[in-house]
Design a protein around this ligand. Structure first.
Ligand SMILES: *[C@@H]1O[C@H](CO)[C@@H](O)[C@H](O)[C@H]1NC(C)=O
Ligand SMILES: *[C@@H]1O[C@H](CO)[C@@H](O)[C@H](O)[C@H]1NC(C)=O
Ligand SMILES: *[C@@H]1O[C@H](CO)[C@@H](O)[C@H](O)[C@H]1NC(C)=O
Ligand SMILES: [Cu+2]
Length: 694
């Protein structure tokens, strides 16, 4: 009999195939009871299930449910409909399902399995996937159940729709000739637009599969809604909402400069037409419909879509915005009973997103989430045409759309205005310095043998999408996509500690050296361009210390294999057990996108290194159990522990300096600034992990 962890994992398999049939590579059969048939198979499900049983290599019995959940709201979502947690009606559905999945008593795994099968049979597959993933992640007894890579479950949210007809063909051939070589299906690099669209220069960033997976996973780790408050109320989650998205905008702006484009313009007049169009060319395998495109110069309209729980006007948006701006300028939040409380960055994050932790949902409304909905429904604001939302209203796809960055530039500007307001005090010298610690030199050694030059290049990687393809046989279907990557490198930092032995936090950031006019930055602008590269604690002995740190160790990133998990072709070892507990860790920024692209001649960057005073950095974290995967704590925090840095996120660049006009003036003895060059090598190399094909 399968162990129970394996049984849970099988519920991710081929989400659009019914439960009566075989699941997984090993042809497992869930032995359904009358309770588990769903409407479609009510009359003959047991018979069909038994017939499949004859081919099954293992049978998983299911317990009778003690109480059948009602799923009153959740059942309303048709099976072939798109699901988005950004829509209020869908939030209520998800809350209802998550309550049921979490209510099954701990360690009653057979009961839980039976409940989950019931939910899978009766609910929309995307809704089920979200609630199921969230429940597995947050229940203590299911932590070791690997959450299947979302791109594997719903590949149509990640790759060009043309891939699927070719995949069908590949599968048909393979079904007849099992030993036929599996030729990967190539996803062209430029499939969504031509160079006539200047925004298309950024497609390699926006449409990167790893970046989109990261974003989906982040929002799974940090949900904004649930009836279970503790799932939402993670340490500093509002501040992390600000920080992760701020860093994404900073990275995007760096890429824009490398592509001769100005920084992204915030979308701040909600009545203005949006010139940047986006045609996603994604199909949905669930709904069998394409994702609606966004034409140039469309605008937001009042939304009147009761079916989505969206009855909201531009006037509402402007009112919420004014109320939030008032809180930012006064530094005070209005509570529902009329009293006030001081504003801080964490609360501001919870207000702006908003999460259920927002202290006054009535007054501050739902600005960020509804912005996604307004942009997501410009083509059908009143549901006249029964159209679904476009990519910007789905967390798994929204980073593809140029408007995502315009909207988040607006959101980020709200946070920055708070950081620039008199309510946030600039750092004093004692908060920045680290007496006795002097950086003598910093250099970056690249695998290419060069010093202070980082090299990027293009790589082609194969991923196996077969587990999300209902029509294929059980063999792999490889898709080959092109993505940015960089040569590995390491930082070498020489430090003179004139005091006694101690610990220190090393903080490494980078920013372009010049702005879009090719002029040196003023620090008040450049601070927003600094992207975090790494942050780690080191012991310092008295005297001279040499710190080396590899690019692959960055706390921002997870390795390629972890981003792509099961998807990545790992020669004969498709499901390495060492990667099992990635549910939380899978959230990190993809390693292959750690270094900005740079330019062919080489783009000058400022590399900033700081060794801060550990006394002011440390948090009192109980030692967590060892993880078998890399934790990427910068954007993702640590599971069930405090965020591992007491400073404000983004420190020391999260707020303006009181005295330094430029980054050079900012440097203290415990800091260093080094010129580095990022050069794009215009070559495309195969990922050495790709399976051998002829
Ligand atoms: C916002 O845009 C609309 C439409 O282009 C325009 O009529 C209006 O004057 C703009 N408002 C402001 C404050 O710029
Ligand atoms: C208003 O509500 C806050 C938060 O719930 C509470 O701390 C405060 O005492 C209340 N003030 C009044 C005047 O009721
Ligand atoms: C370290 O700093 C001390 C005090 O400034 C100085 O005397 C010493 O020469 C320095 N050592 C090195 C290796 O730079
Ligand atoms: Cu987001």
């Amino acid at each position: 009999m399968a162990n129970v962890v394996d049984s849970f994992a099988l519920l991710f398999d081929r989400p659009n195939e019914p439960m009566v049939s075989l699941k997984g590579d090993r042809k497992a059969l869930f032995q359904l009871t009358d309770q588990h048939l769903g409407d479609q198979y009510k009359s003959n499900g047991i018979e069909i299930n038994n017939r499949f049983g004859e081919e099954a290599t293992e049978v998983i019995p299911l317990k009778e449910l003690r109480k059948i959940p009602e799923f009153k709201k959740a059942r309303q979502l048709p099976t072939d409909s798109e699901f988005s947690i950004l829509l209020p009606a869908h939030q209520e559905m998800a809350d209802e399902v998550i309550d049921e999945l979490l209510a099954v008593p701990e360690n009653q795994l057979q009961d839980l399995l039976s409940m989950c099968v019931y939910a899978r049979v009766n609910l929309n597959p995307q809704l089920f996937n979200y609630c199921y993933s969230l429940a597995l992640m947050h229940r203590p007894d299911t932590r070791n159940v690997p959450i299947q890579n979302f791109a594997e479950t719903f590949p149509s949210k990640f790759v060009d729709s043309q891939v699927f007809s070719q995949a069908r063909e590949t599968a048909r051939v393979a079904a007849r000739a099992a030993d036929a070589p599996r030729i990967p299906i190539i996803i062209p690099r430029d499939y969504t637009a031509t160079d006539l669209d200047i925004e298309h220069r950024l497609a390699y960033f926006r449409e990167d599969i790893g970046i989109n997976l990261h974003h989906w996973h982040w929002h799974l780790v940090y949900p904004f809604t649930s009836n279970q408050r503790e799932i939402v109320a993670k340490d500093r989650r509002g501040e992390l909402f600000f920080y992760m998205h701020q860093q994404v905008i900073a990275r995007y702006n760096g890429e824009r400069l490398a592509n001769s484009l100005a920084r992204v313009k915030k979308f701040s007049n909600f009545s203005e037409p949006i010139p940047e169009a986006y045609f996603p060319k994604l199909d949905s395998l669930t709904t069998s419909r394409g994702w609606p495109p966004r034409q140039a110069n469309m605008r937001w309209y009042d939304l009147n879509r009761p079916v989505d729980g969206l009855v909201v006007t531009l006037a509402d948006m402007n009112r919420w915005r004014r109320n939030i701006e008032e809180a930012i300028s006064t530094g005070l939040i209005r509570l529902p009973n009329g009293s006030t409380q001081p504003l801080d960055i964490d609360t501001l994050g919870n207000i702006v997103e908003p999460s259920i932790l927002s202290p006054n949902r009535e007054y501050y409304g739902s600005l960020h989430n509804n912005g996604h909905s307004f942009a997501g429904y410009m083509h059908d604001p009143t549901n006249r045409y029964l159209e679904s939302f476009n990519v910007i209203a789905d967390e798994a796809t929204n980073m593809r759309d140029p408007f995502f960055y315009r909207w988040h530039a607006f959101i980020d500007d709200l946070f920055q205005r708070f950081k620039e307001s008199p309510n946030v005090r600039p750092y004093t010298r004692s908060e920045l310095e680290n007496p006795g610690v002097q950086i003598s030199s910093v250099r970056v050694e690249s695998a290419t043998g060069e010093t202070n030059t980082l090299s990027t290049y293009w790589m082609q990687s194969d991923v196996d999408l077969s587990r999300g393809l209902d029509f294929s046989d059980r063999g792999p279907v490889y898709v080959r996509f092109t993505h940015l990557n960089h040569r590995p490198f390491q930082y070498v930092i020489d430090v003179n500690n004139t005091g006694s032995a101690r610990r220190s936090t090393v903080r490494i950031f980078m920013a372009p050296k010049f702005d879009e006019r090719n002029l040196p930055w003023i620090l008040s602008d450049q601070r927003k361009m600094f992207i975090e590269m790494d942050r780690f604690v080191v012991p310092l002995k008295a005297g001279k210390n040499t710190i080396t740190r590899k690019s692959t160790q960055s706390i921002l990133t997870i390795p390629f294999e972890q981003t792509f998990r099961d998807l990545s072709a790992q020669a004969g070892n498709a499901r390495a057990p060492g990667l099992a507990s990635f549910n939380f860790c899978g959230c990190g920024w993809p390693q292959h996108m750690l270094v900005p692209r740079g330019t062919l001649p080489g783009m000058p960057y400022d590399l900033f290194v700081m060794l801060s005073n550990y006394e002011l950095d440390s948090v009192n974290n109980p030692d967590g159990s060892e993880m078998s995967c890399v934790e990427a704590s910068s954007f993702c925090g640590l599971k069930d522990r405090l965020y591992p840095d007491r400073r404000s996120m983004g420190y020391p660049f999260d707020r303006p300096s009181s005295s330094a006009p430029s980054i050079q003036d900012f440097i203290l003895p415990n800091m260093a600034l080094v010129d580095v060059t990022i050069r794009l090598q215009n070559v495309t190399e195969q990922n050495p992990r790709n399976p051998k094909t002829q």
